[in-house]
Design a protein around this ligand. Structure first.
Ligand code: AHM
Ligand code: MG
Length: 335
């Protein structure tokens, strides 16, 4: 029985042994993400004050440039990870190419690569709507002692050793998996400590929320149009509820708790959809599967896709098992 007042720090130490490579480095890596998330959280929470202290992108009162929040989050996560001497490479939505981390002794001994979207849904910040950070962790393929290469980052999602997200919402939460279920921790901002608030999170097997940007309806493939009609008209007088925040982490988080499906399909205007396979879809798919949910591109499992480039996009259907299966049925029927 898990204690409800357990802190994230305690939880990481207690569960370290359940990870198959028990060097403690993965725990230190999660710890450094926890720390960076606190720093970013502090900055995100001040975002409403930009009109008072100066717009992001302008100069502050000391004549220093105010960084845009997504740039700030990117730099904070990268610096925290590099300083801790655990990662050998980082790829981010904000950087065109990956970053090689040589290590203090330039010995390329660090084990893990991290891929991340430091501030997803950042257009929501201006209107005080939740945003998130998404991260994905792999073991390196390139032998120790050599700098990382592109192949270290282009691993299929089924090779992830950990993944998670931070949601900067009405409260700030860190939700992650190391392949042994999904646990959620809520930040107590007064003392800067995360507490285990959502142990062993699970998607309900079925749900009644569908989340999709229906403004793109005319551009969607026929299978998606048919599934949306099913959501609206199924069971005659009992249609599904539509909820779409436009912030992947927030939409996913709600659906995991309440039961639902999130969709960002391809469209006639976006041939491969919008979301990025490596640092948006793969980590969310790993979390979804660890929480008894499902993630698909409409036809196949997200985690089995072999990536070919760092910033590639993929259609994304993710959520309660039965709902994703049903969406796949409509996709196949219309294909
Ligand atoms: P971003 O990485 O540029 O922030 O875009 C990703 C976001 C997701 O969080 C969200 O689900 C989606 O884009 C919303 O897109 P749209 O406005 O096209 O519905
Ligand atoms: Mg993003």
């Amino acid at each position: 029985m898990k204690k409800t007042n357990q802190t994230l720090g305690e939880f990481i130490i207690e569960n370290q042994e359940s990870f198959k490579y028990t060097s403690g480095e993965l725990s230190r890596l999660i710890n450094s993400i926890r720390l960076a998330a606190k720093v970013v959280n502090h900055e995100v929470n001040k975002a409403g004050l930009v009109d008072i202290v100066g717009d992001y992108g302008s100069q502050n009162i000391q004549g220093e440039d105010q960084k845009k929040l997504d740039v700030y989050a990117n730099e904070t996560f990268i610096q925290t990870l590099i300083n801790r001497e655990i990662v050998c490479g980082i790829a981010s939505e904000e950087n065109d190419s990956f970053i090689t981390v040589h290590g203090n002794n330039k010995d390329h001994k660090n084990k893990y690569v991290v891929l991340m979207d430091p501030l997803d849904g950042s257009s929501n910040i201006d209107v005080n709507v939740s945003v998130g950070t998404i991260f994905s962790i792999y073991r390196r393929i390139t032998p120790t002692g050599q700098p990382v290469e592109m192949e270290d980052f282009l691993q299929p999602g089924n090779q992830q050793v950990a993944a998670g997200y931070i949601i900067y919402g009405t409260s700030t939460m860190l939700v992650y998996t190391t392949g042994h279920g999904v646990n959620g921790f809520t930040l107590n901002p007064a003392i800067g400590t995360y507490y285990l608030s959502h142990p062993d999170m699970k998607f309900p097997d079925d749900g009644n929320i569908y989340s999709i940007n229906e403004g793109n309806y005319i551009h969607f493939p026929q299978g998606v149009k048919d599934y949306i009609k099913y959501c609206q008209e199924q069971r005659d007088n009992d249609p599904y509820t539509s909820r779409y925040i436009g912030s992947l982490v927030s939409d996913f988080h709600r659906n995991m708790i309440k039961g639902g499906i999130y969709m960002y399909p391809k469209s006639s205007s976006a041939e491969k959809g919008k979301l990025r396979l490596l640092y948006e879809c793969n980590p969310m798919a790993f979390i979804a599967e660890q929480a008894n949910g499902k993630a698909s591109d409409g036809f196949q499992r997200i985690l089995d896709i072999q990536p070919t480039e760092l910033h590639e996009r993929v259609p994304f259907f993710c959520g309660s098992n039965k709902m994703v299966e049903k969406a796949e049925d409509f996709m196949k029927a219309a294909h």
